[in-house]
Design a protein. Structure first.
Length: 284
């Protein structure tokens, strides 16, 4: 669909008469990251998941810029065009940073905020997987991406799944095949690599921002109730960040999933759905 002159792909599940829910995926992800969770939420929500610009089936931004503000603007424009009023906004990883900024800057659009392993500012390398930060290094990033591109789609999909899941054995075969097919499809898109590295660099730049747009300052100003979900075996977002978020948001609660990695909505969709629906009931 056209949103503010930009083509965004949006998946839907549930009834339009139910409370509106918008789900925002993480770096390198797509709206398909929410498929299983959306099926569980459908009986009681108008659940929608969009592909951020340059990801999934959405078009790249016309100016080629993948700053955090690019993704924030896409979400805001979609919510304005949807016109459903304030929504339950859910973000994972990069989508968590996007959702935090949306909730801070446009409180009229957000009824509640749920963050799954949110990528909020953390510049310490201690206890984190360093594969993504390595892509930020000039020259090294291009070398690593070029080397990865020579691997088979199955191997590249497996490497990504191994990074974000605590236990890759839990991945349903259907989801593994979908991941491989998506890698192969994106190999044919000339902007796919730029979307990934540009969004990673845009997120890193946002981590270093100061003043009113500093993400932790924006988190402190969010008015909506906040639910944070973090997987205790997350290799990308440290527990110290999840706990800091629980303190920084003014009305927040934190749930930790043992034995789960970076994408709780994929690895533990039933538990994630239970936490979200209980949160929405509590704050209704």
């Amino acid at each position: 669909m056209s949103v503010g002159g930009h083509w965004l792909f949006v998946r839907r599940a549930g009834s339009a008469s139910s409370p509106p829910v918008l789900l925002v995926h993480g770096l390198g992800g797509a709206s398909t990251n929410w498929t299983d969770l959306m099926a569980l939420l459908a009986p009681r929500a108008d659940a929608r998941a969009l592909d951020l610009p340059g990801f999934g089936w959405s078009a790249p931004p016309s100016d080629g810029r993948y700053a955090l503000s690019t993704h924030v603007r896409a979400v805001v424009r979609y919510l304005e065009q949807w016109g459903a009023g304030p929504v339950h906004l859910v973000g994972n990883s990069l989508g968590g940073a996007v959702a935090t900024r949306v909730a801070s800057e446009r409180p009229d659009l957000v009824r509640t905020l749920a963050l799954i392993s949110p990528a909020l500012p953390d510049v310490s390398p201690v206890g984190r997987d360093l594969r993504l930060p390595a892509l930020l290094v000039p020259g090294l990033g291009q070398l690593l991406l070029g080397r990865a591109a020579r691997s088979s789609p199955a191997r590249r999909a497996a490497a990504t799944l191994d990074l974000v899941y605590a236990d890759p054995a839990r991945i349903p075969e259907e989801r593994r095949r979908e991941a491989e097919a998506e890698v192969l499809r994106r190999d044919g898109l000339d902007y796919a690599g730029r979307a990934f590295t540009g969004s990673l660099r845009g997120l890193a730049a946002a981590f270093l921002e100061r003043g009113p747009s500093e993400l932790w300052r924006q988190a402190a100003g969010v008015q909506a109730p906040v639910q944070i979900i973090w997987g205790a075996r997350d290799r990308l977002v440290r527990g110290v960040v999840a706990r800091k978020a629980a303190r920084r948001f003014r009305d927040a609660r934190l749930v930790i999933f043992d034995g789960v990695g970076h994408v709780a909505q994929l690895e533990a969709p039933e538990r994630t759905a239970a936490v979200l629906t209980a949160f929405w009931d509590e704050t209704s």
